[in-house]
Ligand binder design. Structure first.
Ligand code: SAH
Ligand code: SF4
Length: 345
């Protein structure tokens, strides 16, 4: 049966229309589900009994099973969830000075094959449904007893390879009668699916876009990110420029610093040339080493030198502070550990 958390207000309107009900009930339903967080349709008091019975026939108010929750000394919590079909996914809840943010997963595994990433070690089995993304947030909120105000769509998977469900998720969590998470508090990160970046320029909500660039040129990018073969860096830069022109919004450029791969001062210069004149903000990310991978984190000195060089070239840049360093915080690490444990049982 279909999960109630799969429907945006528009989807509810269509359903209501089919049922011969008034479209304004869509807003009421959003309020019951996301404001009052009902666990049974019987809690609905402002609709006809017959309609409530119909809802029960058509939808389920489902939940996510939490397998483990790790808490780090800095307050970061990492959740491992089991989906109805047995697959495992993870979400990370972070406690920032501006409030709580959650990092959500969008696919079971990932097919993009970035060589440094733990998530990509397991091929994509399927996309997550909208409900499975929504429920990560709602379950984390409930278990941690906090109110989440910010979302980063940076967990396992390539969000733009699951575009429909990810954009529907954004509309649901943004709904003013529901979870009410401001569009500017939502960030989606893509490894660079060019056609979807262009399509996203026309998306209704003012969501932040982050691009995993990770290299100053096509040669290095192709070595570490397979996606560069399908969508070369020049096309990616063009798409980002198109997006900025169309939306007038600043784009975040993510750049993981990998020792001796992409972290030299010359490469910082090359990156500055590439991004020259663009309305972007560069986020330098210390690499979280992955047991099975040969890649190493850059030294503190190289990270600082890379940062200084970009600054000198007047690029907006920050060195991301780390969170959850003591709890398998790298994408996909907790999941792969649990999967190994289960394989061995
Ligand atoms: N698939 C999307 C979103 C999920 S990954 C994307 O690639 O953009 C979110 C971010 O974490 C990406 O920038 C990714 O490159 C980065 N990342 C992946 N593995 C990492 C690791 N071990 N250490 C630090 N960052 C990592
Ligand atoms: Fe997939 Fe992102 Fe990991 Fe690349 S970095 S393998 S796109 S999750």
């Amino acid at each position: 049966m279909r999960s109630i958390y799969d429907l945006s207000e528009e989807d509810f309107k269509k359903y209501l229309e089919d049922m011969g009900e008034k479209p304004f009930r869509a807003r009421q339903l959003m309020e019951w589900i996301y404001r009052h967080k009902i666990s049974s349709f019987d809690e609905i008091t402002n609709m006809k009994k017959t309609f409530v019975e119909q809802l029960k026939k058509d939808f389920v108010i489902d939940s996510l099973e939490c397998v483990t929750m790790q808490k780090s000394s800095d307050g970061t919590r990492k959740f491992l969830f089991r989906l109805a079909d047995g697959n495992l996914i993870e979400s990370v809840l972070m406690n920032n000075d501006y409030g709580y943010s959650i990092c959500v997963t969008t696919q079971v595994g990932c097919n993009m094959g970035c060589v440094f990433c733990a998530s990509g070690m397991k091929k994509k089995l399927r996309n997550l449904n909208t409900s499975e993304i929504v429920l990560q947030l709602m379950t984390a909120e409930r278990l941690a007893e906090v109110k989440i105000t910010h979302i980063v769509i940076m967990g396992i998977g390539e969000p733009f390879d699951n575009y429909e469900n990810v954009t529907r998720f954004m509309k649901i969590v943004n709904h003013p009668l529901g979870l009410e998470i401001g569009a500017r508090h939502i960030t989606v990160s893509t490894s660079g699916l060019v056609p979807k970046i262009k399509e996203f320029a026309d998306f209704d909500l003012q969501v932040n876009l982050a691009i995993s660039l990770h290299a100053p040129n096509g040669t290095i990018r192709s070595e570490i990110m397979q996606v560069n073969k399908a969508y070369p860096i020049d096309e990616l830069i063009e798409a980002i420029k198109y997006y900025i022109a169309k939306t007038n919004r600043r784009v975040t450029i993510e750049y993981i610093l990998l020792r001796d791969i992409n972290d030299s001062r010359e490469q910082a210069n090359e990156l500055a040339d590439l991004l020259h004149g663009m309305n972007v903000y560069v986020n330098l990310i210390p690499y979280n080493e992955v047991l099975e991978k040969p890649y190493k984190r850059s030294t503190k000195e190289s990270m600082q030198a890379f940062f200084d060089q970009l600054k000198k070239r007047r690029i907006n840049v920050q060195l991301r502070r780390e969170q959850g360093g003591d709890i398998d915080a790298a994408c996909g690490q907790l999941r792969s550990k649990q999967m190994k444990k289960e394989e061995n049982n």
